[in-house]
Design a protein around this ligand. Structure first.
Ligand SMILES: [Zn+2]
Length: 89
């Protein structure tokens, strides 16, 4: 496929400072984790997911860093935990 190459005639003064291909890079990401907001404080910066079942070594480390909340083997209807309010929801 060949496109018609348009060449502006020289000397018309319109060829100065063309912003060719300059686009604002949109940092739109769909892969961002969706964290629900806490029903109490309405924030999600302290909300971590609850991990059910027997925790793996990795899960223990994450729990130690406060990245996940170990829910144990008892499954509750809650899926997230707010560290600020110490509340599962
Ligand atoms: Zn909260």
């Amino acid at each position: 496929m060949e496109r018609t190459h348009y060449e502006p005639s020289p000397g018309n003064g319109r060829n100065n400072g063309r912003t060719h291909g300059h686009r604002t890079a949109s940092a739109k990401r769909n892969g961002k984790r969706r964290v629900p907001v806490c029903p109490r404080c309405r924030e999600n910066d302290q909300v971590i997911p609850i991990l059910y079942g027997f925790p793996t070594h990795d899960a223990f480390l994450k729990a130690d860093r406060g990245e996940v909340y170990l829910g144990g083997c008892e499954i509750t209807p809650y899926s997230h935990y707010c560290k600020r309010d110490d509340r599962e929801f």
